[in-house]
Design a binder for this molecule. Sequence first.
Ligand code: EPZ
Length: 432
Amino acid sequence: MSDFYQVTANQALQGQIDISGAKNAVLPLMAATLLCKGVSIINNVPQLDDVATMADVLRYLGAKVSHQGSRLIINTHACHGHQAPYHLVTKMRASIYVLGPLLARLGRANVALPGGCAWGPRPIDLHLAGMQALAAKVELSHGNIHAYAGRLTGTDFTFATSSVGATVNMLLASVLASGTTRLFNAAIEPEIDNLIDQLNAMGANIFGKGSANLCIEGVDELKPVEISAIPDRIEAGTYLIAAAMSRGHVRLNQVIPEHLTALLAKLTDCGAHIECDPNGITLDARHKPLRPMSIKTGPYPQFATDLAPQWMAMCASLSGIAQITDTIYPDRFQHVDELNRLGANIRVRGNSAYIIGTGSLSGAPVKATDLRAGAALILAGIVAKGTTQVNQIYHLDRGYQDLTQKLAQLGASVQCCSSDKHSATAQLSLCG
Ligand code: EPZ
């Protein structure tokens, strides 16, 4: 059975929704529980495939993981494993986050090399260089990372490229190292701050939160704690772009506006009216036509690469020209061909896409090539004339909790359907 979303043209999105906890914050918080024995609790956890995959990795290592709604309980008393297998790591690249804590607590780790993704290579050289800088021995053989160490030893380490994942792994490894580790050019995404808060609550000594220069004084032992994940700024940004391109009026609750400064500035430049309060953001795009705006992605607090596909869908649906340059991933443009199937006029040259917005899109069958590309196609379908069928929607289950329900709350008609490939004609059974 292959599920797809049936998206019909909609009125302007109106209403309010609650934003879920951040996938990209929860995954490091889950990996950090491997650093000690005991029962850790993580609140505000979204129910997503990637969270389920990380839970399976922890279970494979011996942990007991259970859910109570958005509360995750992780018991690591019986955690003795040091292997993260290929079938799990290849499902989700962030499984590599277990490398640091396994080395720190057990002195060894066998982690399958994560594959690439839809838009090209996703190297892990910075992760491995960081472990070696902490005095771990690292060998690659038969598709696996074999790493081992006595006790890791604190060091100075400079990231050649700002890397969220490599910063996560270095934090998770250095907190139990002997001596002091100083990190330079570390990632400063909000998800890193969330992890630092958890580790310091566990008894770590990490200084410099919010800056690219971190100092970690290694300790001998950490204890389990309860922590809450921050709201998902990429989910929030996706719905704000949907509201803007549909000329709607939408309020997002349970979101931190400071985490979206670059996007909010660009939406304001486009002509949307934005109001923020400590717990929410309201966007109003009802009163004047929007202009497409060019963007360039970059490490936080610059415009997030994970919002660039959605931004492209908006620019393609407006009248005017715009350029999108991605400085994080030079080839993250798999969604261009699919948007062009919806009547967009987009050309790619190097790490830039050039959009000539014609002011309207027309519905057609398309396929999601990755998580954020799928989101972009749904947003385009919401404003396109007629019906858009978005296939390969399993990508979306990785990063958007209750997607169709939240869109329905805002007045969008996005239905999950299944086509039975074996019947003479595809029977559309609306699975709600
Ligand atoms: C995280 O991926 C996010 N994933 C990604 O979100 C996000 O796109 C990315 O950060 C950038 O913000 C999670 O947090 C689970 P990086 P990560 O290491 O850590 C290069 C989504 O849609 N690099 O910050 O893998 C890399 O190729 C996902 O939610 C190396 O060269 O990204 C890229 O060009 C997609 N060597 C740049 O650094 C390395 O060892 C930034 O990547 C590691 C990274």
